[in-house]
Design a binder for this molecule. Structure first.
Ligand code: BJW
Length: 250
């Protein structure tokens, strides 16, 4: 989509320019233009041929560790060869211009870090790391491991991806940082997420209740957002660069 054809609401531009503190929540949609499938696209999404509970729960891993490990290995290979898109880069530009900026991501693909975002709060972990299913010890480079699933070098227990599955708590430090940023920001922007998975889904509403301006950037209109939320409909790889250009021309 041509940047010139995207209309960025003036109110959002003003809010961004004036903001002392901005919090951004990203989901799978921001990486779609890097070629990574989202979860809930009925035809091509990551769960098109499976039910989420068959792949993204500890119970699924216990039942069929090879299936779950292979699904994550397939996704890790895709993420490892993907590159950030203009949406990821636009967020690094915003980070440089606002005094306080917190990037909260539900994504596990590492593309924000690759784009140069300095301090990414990973709410759902990282697909690039693994950890022992028994003891929780984190093992860094998943690419160097072999086996379906590989074994923990310390206890020989099965390794699992270092991500947050349904029914598991989010990392406490990440959740705390999300709560603080959400309570304290002037502007909260939710980008490329269907807003169906808690607790991340509640952050937009919590920000609005705390008095922040709120905005959603998505290719589809999101239902039941907090009253007063500005919705910009379009791909984040075009909307975000257009927003940056409008807020800080030249
Ligand atoms: C574009 C675009 C473009 C496309 N530009 N946009 C309260 C009520 C009910 C249930 C619960 C509740 N609280 C907790 C729960 C249970 C559960 C939950 O939320 N269930 C729901 C299904 C209802 N939550 C949990 O279990 C969480 N843990 C927890 O709460 O712990 C405490 C607790 C424990 C036990 C019991 C109760 C409480 C953990 C959630 C972990 C989620 N994990 C996953 C997998 C991570 C690892 C992996 O990657 O495999 O995280 S699930 C999956 O969904 C993944 C994602 O991060 C997450 C969100 O998906 P996302 O990013 O929104 O992707 P999509 O595909 O849904 O949407 C993409 C969007 O992009 C779409 O809107 C497109 O339109 C858009 N888009 N192209 C802009 N170019």
């Amino acid at each position: 989509m041509d940047h010139e054809k995207i209309i960025i609401p003036a109110a959002l531009v003003e809010c961004l320019r004036a903001a002392k503190s901005v919090a951004v929540l990203t989901g799978a949609g921001i990486s779609a233009e890097s070629g990574l499938p989202t979860f809930r696209d009925a035809m091509t999404g990551l769960w098109a041929n499976f039910r989420p509970e068959d792949l993204a729960t500890a119970r699924a891993f216990e039942r069929d560790p090879a299936l779950v490990w292979k699904w994550y290995a397939w996704r890790r290979d895709m993420a490892a060869t993907a590159t950030p898109n203009p949406g990821h880069y636009a967020l690094t530009a915003i980070e440089k211009r606002v005094p306080e900026f917190t990037l909260l991501t539900q994504n596990v693909d590492g593309l924000h870090q690759l784009a140069g975002s300095c301090d990414v709060v990973e709410l759902h972990g990282s697909i690039m790391r693994s950890r022992c299913f028994r003891e929780g010890t984190v093992v860094g480079d998943s690419d160097a491991l072999s086996g379906d699933p590989p074994r923990c070098p310390a206890c020989r227990g099965p390794l699992r991806p270092d991500v947050v599955w349904f029914g598991e708590n989010l990392p406490a430090d990440a959740l705390n940082r999300a709560a603080v940023a959400t309570q304290e920001c002037d502007l909260f922007i939710s980008i490329g997420t269907s807003g169906m998975v808690e607790p991340a889904a509640s952050l937009l509403r919590l920000a609005a209740e705390a008095g922040a301006h709120t905005a959603v950037i998505n290719v589809e209109r999101i239902a039941n957002v907090a009253p007063g939320t500005v919705q910009v409909i379009g791909p984040s790889g075009s909307v975000l660069p257009a927003l940056v250009a409008a807020a800080w021309p030249g």
